[in-house]
Design a protein. Structure first.
Length: 148
């Protein structure tokens, strides 16, 4: 369990989550030999890098933005699954793991938006939840197509 009582705690955890996603998609891109799969994973990795930049901006401005104090208890296992595929994993299984990771990110950002009390943080976390939802749907669609 991790307790979040300050904005630093929340933003640090979100940055940790995004950085793990970057590492995850980078590994998937490195482990595939198919160019279309590599493009998918690299595109997702770039989007996660954009999330990191947004979170870093808020982290750098946290004292100026009068951000709310958050007092919640979140399980890191629910929001930050530590799943790393083997080098020889099938593409469908990669997609399944990616779906799980994206859903965990959606859960994290949705819950953080719900617990935030300032509009700035609510909007940031809602935007991130929306983008992670798009990623999950993208992987779910590819997973369904790959199963056919």
């Amino acid at each position: 369990m991790r307790n979040f009582t300050t904005i630093d705690d929340v933003l640090s955890f979100a940055l940790e989550s995004e950085n793990q996603s970057i590492e995850f998609y980078s590994r998937l891109a490195d482990n595939t030999t198919r160019e279309d799969e590599k493009k998918i994973f690299l595109a997702l990795m770039r989007e996660e890098i954009c999330h990191v930049k947004k979170l870093e901006y808020f982290f750098s401005k946290r004292n100026e933005l009068e951000l709310s104090k958050i007092d919640i208890d979140l399980s890191s296992n629910k929001y930050l699954p530590h799943i790393f595929p083997a080098a020889d994993i099938a593409f469908e299984e990669c997609l399944n793991i990616a779906i799980q990771k994206e859903r965990a990110a959606v859960n994290l950002y949705t819950d953080l938006a719900r617990e935030s009390t300032t509009q700035t943080m609510i909007e940031l976390f809602r935007m991130l939840a929306y983008e992670e939802t798009k990623h999950a749907l993208q992987f779910e669609n590819r997973y369904q197509a790959a199963k056919k």
